[in-house]
Design a protein around this ligand. Sequence first.
Ligand code: ES4
Ligand code: ZN
Length: 326
Amino acid sequence: DRLPALLRAMPKAELHMHIEGSLEPELIFALAQRNAVSIPYASVEDLRRAYAFTNLQSFLDIYYAGASVLLKEQDFYDMAWAYLERAAADNVIHCEMFFDPQTHTARGVDVKVVIDGLHRACVDAKAKLGVSAALILCFLRHLSEQEAFETLEQALPYRDKFIGIGLDSSEVGHPPEKFAKVFARCRELGFHLVAHAGEEGPPAYVWSALDVLKVERIDHGVQSSKDPALMKRLAQDKIPLTVCPLSNLKLCVFPDLSKHNLGALLDAGLVATVNSDDPAYFGGYMNENFTQTFAATGLTSQQAWQLAANSFNGSFIDASAKKAYV
Ligand code: ES4
Ligand code: ZN
């Protein structure tokens, strides 16, 4: 069977990954030591044992604890560089990375430190790995819209170093419309807009991400298959869905990879893509997401090609560059 080799070898874009979710336990411990930050885990093995999640919130609690070791510009660089090298090994040639400034500013880390370190890794990735990489700033939806406005204000001096705005963290109880005003402002400022919706939350959240926030892509969106009218809308408007199969498995969104609806989304004509979300926590980078999902669901080589094409078509690289890829 040559399908796994094709999946690994094909050039692809990653459109949904949180850079803080690429922190491997080994790097968490190295940075904890370097920065003299104490973490409530005795060893790498002890930390890895805590990676048994039951839902999104059980993951987020550990993810925010892991990010607490990041203090200096070099820490952010080292984290992003490690991810970009790993992505290049999976034949990822373009990547749009989420970052969560509020996770760091809440600990007294200046947003400039965060953005400068991440952006420097993106610049080096192009020069040294041939990977184009761009940053998307995410607001934490469990915090207030006022706090999102403050974060935007703090980041605007560095606006040339990120291309878009996203919305992540605890979904249920924090619908997209909570952030209507700040997304409207980001739209005026000319940023690309995306939002997590329909990971655990209902189809109504996908509708409001589209119609209230006016996002260009939906992150996850797998709950959309519960609403036929929404499926029709997503197909007609060619709204990309950045699907993360191993994330969905580890956070118990689907009981088993064989039950994942990626095939159904593609069959409905949606621009679905495969992504790693938080690869250090969910047990796999891009190629693991592809090979495990294909092995479990019986997707075909035709669908592999479609997913790779979707990843470039759904990306924010400019239209003329897209033509070279698909
Ligand atoms: C996330 Cl899987 C997921 N969902 C929502 N927010 C997140 N932040 C990091 N990973
Ligand atoms: Zn995510």
